[in-house]
Design a protein around this ligand. Structure first.
Ligand SMILES: *Cc1c(COP(=O)(O)O)cnc(C)c1O
Length: 421
């Protein structure tokens, strides 16, 4: 464009790319940006990239079952336009509680007296600390003052909750006696004993930590932040029982049975539901959390509660197949290899899936997939249904464990497409 030409009208330029389907104000923004850059013709490219940034379905070929960048646990959930009895007791016609629905089912599924649901596990820990130990001390092992992904740091959450930290032991070794001494020393100032699962890392070698049952014997209530949301270590929802790779992952039911008064966990890690945080345990303590003013600020809406209800019902029916995470996690390698062979694209390869989501570090689940030469990730991401792949040894690999079988044909088409297209 020479300086004597008038810039095209922003509005006219925006209308000329209306077929992209974005609302007019977004097209205007794209047109303005293109004109400001001195390249009005780039308006379409700018608008296209705006459209691509919107939330959309992607095909997870990474083999990471709970992929933080891809929304952790996948779920099939849609809802028609309707009201729900979110806070209406249909028997009495009086106001009901949203915590009588999914939270009550989750409590039943993990053997807790009661449960309350908030927006994520970070919120669950915050609310539990605030609800039970506001203004009091919370005793924690120095080996458990962890940071979980996304900036969740136990000491910082503690500070925000109004409780204060009483650190005991050392990074690698903390004994029951360390906790006992702190509880004796601080007396009534201790509101809680907290145990935090080292979800995304392990300290190995010269280590020691008291068992949950030992900590439960101390006078203050015990809160166990187990994080991952494994409901029951026996996995009664799986025909074959617990897979070997679950190893020592703490489970809600067994942690409560061992004497923890409250457990907190995520809805979208090994629980396999929507993003949510659950506090489950003794009814009186759960009620204290529910009464805290933060509970109102952290409560989920009916969409999340309805999706959680579906997941909880699947657990109560022992139906792991209805929970996408567990269905995918337990697929046999032979079945996956069969699907890889049937794709007819790339080379069939043995790969290793991982649970992901900051759970079970180092765990690998044998899997199968297909590989093509070179790094094709960018090209695969450009598709209408982006395929997210990994690069291993200079080859682009799609692990079929995390791909829905209905998407196999799409993966085949993506891999077969001429890279020059
Ligand atoms: C993942 C995790 C959290 C944070 O959970 P979000 O649902 O991501 O907020 C807290 N504590 C532990 C032990 C975790 O593993």
């Amino acid at each position: 464009m020479t300086s004597t030409e008038r810039p095209p009208s922003v509005d006219r330029l925006a209308r000329s790319i209306a077929d992209i389907g974005l609302p007019h104000p977004m097209l205007v923004e794209a047109a303005r940006a293109a004109i400001a850059a001195g390249e009005p013709d780039s308006a379409r490219t700018v608008a296209d990239s705006m459209a691509r940034r919107m939330l959309r379905p992607v095909i997870n070929g990474t083999g990471t079952l709970l992929h933080t960048n891809l929304g952790r646990a996948p779920m099939a959930w849609s809802q028609a336009e309707h009201y729900t009895n979110l806070e209406l007791d249909l028997d009495t016609g009086e106001r009901g509680s949203r915590m009588d629905t999914a939270p009550a089912l989750i409590a039943k599924a993990c053997g807790a007296e009661a449960a309350i649901v908030v927006n994520n596990c970070a919120a669950a820990v915050l609310l539990a600390l605030a609800g039970i130990a506001d203004g009091q001390g919370v005793v924690v092992s120095r080996g458990e003052l962890v940071e979980i992904g996304g900036g969740f740091r136990v000491p910082e959450v503690m500070a925000r909750s109004g409780a204060h930290l009483i650190e005991v032991g050392t990074t690698n070794r903390t004994r029951l006696a360390d906790f006992e001494r702190a509880v004796d020393e601080h007396g009534d100032d201790v509101g809680l004993v907290l145990r935090v699962h080292q979800s995304n890392y392990r300290i190995v070698g010269f280590t020691e930590a008291p068992r949950t049952a030992e900590l439960a014997g101390l006078a203050p209530p015990l809160l166990a932040d187990i994080g991952s949301g494994l409901l029951d270590s026996r996995c009664p929802w799986l025909d074959g029982g617990p897979p070997g790779w679950l190893a020592d992952e703490p489970a809600a039911r067994q942690t409560l049975e061992a004497g923890a008064d409250l457990v907190t966990f995520s809805g979208d890690k090994l629980f396999g539901g929507p993003q949510a945080g659950i506090i489950a345990g003794r009814a009186e303590l759960v009620a204290r959390c529910a009464r805290h003013p933060l509970a109102r600020a952290l409560r989920p809406g009916s969409l999340v509660l309805a999706a959680l209800q579906e997941t909880a019902l699947a657990y109560l029916r022992d139906d792991g197949r209805a929970i996408p995470f567990w269905r995918m996690a337990t697929l046999g390698v032979d079945e996956l290899r069969g699907r890889a062979e049937a794709l007819g694209a790339g080379t069939v390869v043995e790969v290793a899936s991982t649970p992901g989501g900051g759970t079970l570090p180092g765990v690998e689940i044998p899997s199968a997939g297909v590989a093509v030469d070179g790094d094709q990730r960018a090209r695969l991401r450009e598709r209408d249904r982006p395929v997210i792949a990994r690069v291993v040894d200079d080859r682009t690999v799609v692990d079929l464990r995390t791909v829905h079988p209905d998407d196999d044909a799409e993966v085949a088409a993506a891999l077969a497409a001429d890279p020059g297209d």
